[in-house]
Design a protein around this ligand. Structure first.
Ligand code: PLP
Length: 460
């Protein structure tokens, strides 16, 4: 890999065609490559040495700026990128001690899940890339719960962009429905009489309708978009930088009873990060941060029983399957869409060097939520509990060597209170979720009918 100057333009290519390249703006606004592949950078850039050695001393927005500019140089001016990251990241990703390890808390954003990091950058980035257009851009997004809330919140009030969220009626939690349908203004919500798959089908049909596309500018906001992926590398770099210097943060919101008596000692010689995974966008971003030079030694690819990737790591044979419902429902993915991107960058042998795959059952997830709260007072949501337990299982098998261990916490436990409270008692609610609870949901009911949906979007 060669050293990249800031003045170099990053080119993107499709995972399915290595011959044609495109710029960041086109890759971001296009979402999916024309051949159906995912956009990847031609090469993963390296942090300049001076940046790499000071990752642990910088504020979050500075790490964001130094990370993202390597992917957007020449297309987003430095001054604009700086404004974008400061406006997107009004919250932090603290690395807090909990029990015998560290937790990287990714739930301090407005919808209390890590998807805020990607969605808020993407929204501001789109607004900039669309400057000067006289027609608004309409983003269509299908959601099973978490994505819709983060995208709605991320794009709320953003000029030049209208968002339409489709969700399966009666199949998202009341809180998720308020996060999706409680904002109004440039965000509209459709409750579809059908499943998540129906919602996805309607979005695909609308995006593929030539007449509708003549009438309005359409795009989507799913997790394979490069402008959602790249900002997720930021918290890995910031956390790894801190751990390498033996640092940690104090302000964990989910740790009310757990104020460490003595500052923990962090073994900074190596770092293992456990990543609760579904579509594998989060873990792919972690691999980018590692390739860029962030001091990570190993990742745990932690899944629930939807264990397509752990099975692949073991056998070398990739077999997508139907998803099965679990307690960690944002990870119920049998055919993870970002796997194509991982496989475009890394061979099986390379993945086996850096990734340890583990899956965790619902019963183990419940046990872990209860046991961790009992021993340390720390509340885990079901997704984060999968990451925690995966590390325990590896340790018990002697497969985790020394160094620091950090679990990524992908959602605030209050977001999944119906699972957590019977195991641990009342969970403290963060202000962002209290606000969302007080909103009133406004949505349209529509049947799972492509023609009706396309007509409705055309008349919005
Ligand atoms: C989306 C989500 C995940 C899974 O992340 P991927 O990038 O799809 O692997 C895990 N936990 C929570 C709470 C989520 O919302």
């Amino acid at each position: 890999m060669t050293y990249m100057c800031y003045s170099d333009l990053m080119r993107y290519l499709s995972t399915r065609n290595r011959n044609e390249t495109t710029g960041f703006a086109q890759a971001a606004l296009g979402g999916l490559a024309p051949d159906g592949g995912l956009f990847i950078p031609e090469e993963i850039p390296l942090y300049p040495k001076a940046v790499r050695s000071s990752l642990g001393d910088m504020g979050f927005c500075d790490v964001a700026f130094e990370t993202i500019r390597l992917y957007t140089a020449g297309e987003i001016p430095d001054g604009t990128l700086e404004e974008i990251v400061h406006s997107a990241y009004t919250f932090n990703a603290p690395l807090v001690p909990a029990g015998d390890r560290l937790v990287l808390e990714l739930f301090h954003g407005p919808t209390a899940a890590f998807k805020d990091f990607g969605a808020r950058f993407m929204a501001r980035c789109f607004s900039y890339l669309r400057r000067g257009e006289d027609r608004p851009l309409r983003i269509l997004v299908a959601t099973s719960g978490d994505t819709g809330g983060a995208v709605a919140d991320g794009f709320y009030g953003i000029e030049g962009i209208e968002v339409t969220v489709l969700y399966p009626r009666g199949r998202v939690s009341p809180l998720q429905e308020k996060q999706i349908a409680g904002l109004g203004e440039n965000i509209s919500a459709f409750a579809v009489d059908g499943s998540f798959d129906d919602c996805q089908r309607l979005v695909k049909a609308a995006l593929g309708d030539a007449e509708l596309r003549r009438k309005c500018d359409l795009s989507s906001a799913n997790s394979i978009n490069v402008s959602r992926l790249i900002p997720q590398a930021v918290y890995y770099a910031a956390a790894a930088g801190k751990a390498a210097k033996g640092k940690w943060d104090e302000d964990g919101e989910a740790t009310p009873r757990q104020k460490a008596a003595a500052p923990p000692h962090i073994d900074s010689s190596a770092l293992t990060l456990s990543v609760p995974s579904g579509n594998f966008g989060n873990l792919t971003a972690g691999l980018y941060a590692w390739k860029m030079g962030a001091p990570v030694t190993r990742f745990i690819a932690a899944t629930n029983i939807n264990k397509t990737v752990p099975d692949y790591l073991e056998s070398g044979n990739y077999q997508a399957r139907l998803s099965r419902a679990t307690l960690s429902n944002a990870m119920d993915v049998g055919a993870p869409s970002n796997f194509e991107r991982m496989a475009a960058h890394f061979s099986w042998a390379e993945m086996k060097e850096i990734l340890l795959g583990v899956h965790v059952s619902d019963e183990e997830t419940r046990e872990t939520i209860r046991a961790v709260h009992e021993s340390s007072g720390y509340f885990l949501d079901p997704h984060s509990a999968v990451g925690w337990r995966a590390a325990d299982k590896l340790r018990a098998e002697g497969r985790l060597s020394g160094g620091a261990l950090a679990v990524l916490s992908t959602a605030h436990p209050a977001k999944f209170a119906e699972t957590v409270e019977p195991l641990c008692g009342p969970v403290p609610f963060p202000p962002s979720l209290k606000n969302a609870m007080n909103r009133e949901a406004h949505f349209r009911n529509i049947p799972a009918d492509e023609k009706i949906f396309i007509e409705t979007v055309g008349s919005l």
